[in-house]
Design a protein around this ligand. Structure first.
Ligand code: GUN
Length: 290
């Protein structure tokens, strides 16, 4: 049996279309476009690519994009001052501070400065807490996209065994909370988990979010499992390649023969993240406009 390949690009395209419609209605009603501000500190090449793509997608959806690129040695107080300025700016409905920040900056302190009503990443203490408490919250884009894909495929997730591999604030932790809210039995695995193959053996749903290339082998997965691979890892170049291949956390070719459905990398989970970001921005805009 060959697995169904879940088309993240098609899913994202549909979501972006819906967001575009909401953005147009918002602009008509509010007399201004919804605005999303993205802050990038430093010159990390992968982050630069993400930020450029986010800006383009924001404009394509009919929203205003505000981009702030700060030097790598920006001091904490300057970054905090920018976040406070964006909090106060009525034209800005959503604020995303691209992570990771350079090492000298206190990431948690910067995040805590973001107005929770503009926190399109869902990582402020207020939104993270609201998610845990089952209250209405802005939720991190990649795990929210994964949940949308799963619900689209399966409808009801009640009682399913789900394993989340990875415990980051942007992905693993909110992913586990979202699956719990869908009544899954959730196990969180991470870099210190003793026997990952054993943990994965029972999983109906596997969400990989560790950033270790090809970590999860095909024969670790339960036949019939649904696998969402959030890893985006660049391999070292093979002879004749200029750049190494991008792969996920799951050994995709092996997994294809074992599981019911799997997201490819690229073109799977990653493809949905920006669409969900735009969704969060328009949700924030409607709420903030009152
Ligand atoms: N870095 C990689 N993905 C993300 C994301 O979704 N949000 C933020 N803030 N930083 C990221």
């Amino acid at each position: 049996m060959t697995a169904q390949v879940i088309d993240g690009k098609a899913f994202a395209a549909k979501l972006r279309e819906r967001v575009g419609e909401f953005a147009a209605t918002f602009a008509e009603k509010a007399g201004r476009k919804a605005g999303l501000a993205v802050v990038l500190v430093g010159e990390d090449p992968a982050s630069q690519v993400y930020v450029r793509s986010k800006g383009k997608a924001t404009v394509a959806a009919g929203m205003e994009s505000f981009e702030y690129r700060l030097p790598a040695d920006t001091p904490q107080d300057e970054l905090v001052a920018l976040v406070r300025k964006l909090n106060a700016d009525r034209a800005v409905d959503g604020i995303l501070v691209q992570l990771p920040l350079p090492g000298h900056l206190d990431e948690k302190a910067v995040i805590a400065e973001i107005d929770p009503d503009k926190d399109v990443d869902g990582i402020t203490p207020a939104n993270a807490g609201r998610l845990v408490l089952g209250m209405d919250a802005l939720v991190s884009c990649t795990p929210l996209g994964c949940t949308m894909i799963l619900k689209d495929m399966l409808g009801d997730l009640s009682g399913l065994d789900a394993v989340v591999v990875g415990r980051s604030i942007l992905f693993g932790k909110p992913m586990a909370q979202l699956l719990l809210a869908e009544n899954c039995t959730v196990t969180m695995a991470h870099s210190r988990t003793r026997d990952l193959p054993d943990v994965l053996r029972r999983a109906d749903i596997v969400v990989a979010a560790v950033g270790v290339p090809l970590l999860i082998k095909g024969d670790w997965l339960k036949p019939g499992a649904i696998v969402l691979d959030g890893g985006i890892n660049r391999l070292a170049p093979e002879p004749g390649e200029e750049k190494g291949r991008i792969v996920g956390d799951v050994a995709y070719d092996e997994a294809l023969g074992h599981v019911r459905a799997i997201t490819p990398v690229p073109g799977g989970v990653g493809a949905t993240t920006i669409a969900v970001l735009l969704r969060n921005a328009i949700v924030a805009a409607y709420r903030n406009e009152g």
